[in-house]
Design a protein around this ligand. Structure first.
Ligand SMILES: Cc1ncc(COP(=O)(O)O)c(C=O)c1O
Length: 387
């Protein structure tokens, strides 16, 4: 008897995915902070998260090279075995100091941090209230915690408060509020003060992911949450404005100690490689000094938004360097991305299931390395698109 194809479920899943939703990879070669080479063509990139252009900065490259020469290419074991080099601890101390916090802990990625820290903070008897639009890594963490889980309407803190009020009649052992500061697909910003107020009023743990604000906003450029000790746990990532890879938590000494002892995503993985730690260390020195870059980025974003509104584009509630062109219709969004590409601009279409049905968009992510003339090129190209 012929054995049934044990991978039939994969064929079926892939076949069920419509051709327009089939995901595939598109290799490219970076040329500088804002240009890439794809299929032999140079394109102006509006789709990466290198918000300060640091991934190509000589200081980061040189420090990464120096750390590799001195420490080798790998951390060679997990942090609790022999994978904590002096450079790991030094960066953690510098991060805590730059964020005005007691402690910090490195993780290998933001996904790993969110998906493995959250299950340690809540359990089956807990309640998690999280913003409807939080990143998938937060959802994964919450789902694996088995806690009761309710999503409040996006950035609607009245809805959050009504859920908190209802929760007080129930017997939860703990309540945790999870959100982001800048939302990755919308570029809008949470009301951090009100989140703190509600967390304190209802005695909830407050967990904020600051991935898209770090480097770009806040004291020392260290984001919108780090310097607020009332926020119990802040996640930042190094793969965006830090121009490198990995993530960190800033928190109290107690929470750091708890994570070192219990967090599988910290314990059971090889430490960040020395080259990456070098790039992070250099970025950490540089970021507090980059006020002019941050100012340029904010001004460019405000200029682009106003021009886009003038020519009839909807940018949702964006208030940051992430500016969505809300198109809605998926086919039209793809046509716009294709149009831009034909005119030398890379701006990726973001469609369901990454965003809610009916909200397909082009996500423009600005970098301080984009010049005004490049922004003007983008605007004139968008102006000439006829749908
Ligand atoms: C808000 C947010 N958190 C976490 C992550 C994951 O971070 P990393 O790329 O380091 O895994 C991302 C995106 O990548 C993100 O947008």
């Amino acid at each position: 008897m012929m054995a049934a194809d044990k991978f039939a479920f994969m064929h079926q899943a892939l076949e069920q995915r419509s051709p327009t939703h089939h995901r595939s990879l598109h290799p490219l070669v970076p040329q500088d902070a804002v240009h890439i080479l794809q299929d032999g063509r140079s394109l102006l990139n509006f789709s990466n998260n290198d918000y300060l252009g640091l991934s190509k900065r000589p200081a980061l490259i040189q420090t990464a090279q120096k750390y590799i020469s001195q420490y080798g290419t790998g951390a060679t074991s997990s942090r609790l075995v022999t994978g904590t080099y002096d450079i790991h601890e030094k960066v953690e101390q510098q991060l805590a100091a730059a964020c005005g916090r007691e402690a910090s802990l490195l993780f290998n990625s933001g996904f790993q941090a969110n998906s493995t820290i959250l299950p340690l903070l809540v359990d089956r008897q807990s309640l998690v209230l999280c913003d409807r639009l939080v990143h998938n890594s937060i959802l994964q963490g919450v789902l694996s915690s088995k806690a009761k889980f309710i999503r409040y309407h996006h950035n609607n803190l009245s809805h959050l408060e009504s859920l908190l009020q209802q929760s007080h009649q129930k017997n939860y052992d703990r309540i945790l509020i999870a959100s982001e500061t800048i939302f990755s697909m919308d570029g809008d910003i949470s009301d951090v003060d009100q989140l703190i107020h509600l967390a304190q009023k209802y005695d909830a743990i407050l967990y904020l992911d600051d991935a898209h604000a770090v480097g770009v906003m806040g004291t020392n450029g260290m984001g919108l949450a780090s310097h607020r000790p009332e926020i119990d746990i802040v996640i930042g990532t190094f793969g965006k404005a830090f121009g490198s890879a990995g993530a960190y938590v800033v928190c109290s000494n107690l929470i750091r100690d708890y994570l070192i002892n219990f967090c599988p995503g910290f314990i059971y993985t090889t430490g960040l490689p020395p080259g990456t730690v070098g790039a992070i260390a250099a970025a950490l020195t540089l970021i507090p000094t980059l006020n002019l870059e941050r100012q340029h980025l904010a001004q460019t974003a405000a200029f682009l938004r106003s021009q886009l509104h003038q020519i009839g584009y909807d940018t949702g509630n964006s208030r940051s360097h992430i500016i969505p062109l809300m198109i809605g219709d998926e086919a039209k969004t793809l046509r716009l991305a294709q149009w831009l590409k034909e005119h030398g601009i890379l701006a990726i279409a973001i469609r369901p299931p990454t965003v809610a049905p009916g909200t397909a968009r082009i996500r423009l992510a600005l970098s301080s390395a984009h010049t005004t003339s490049q922004i003007n090129d983008l605007i004139s190209c968008l102006k000439s698109f006829e749908g």
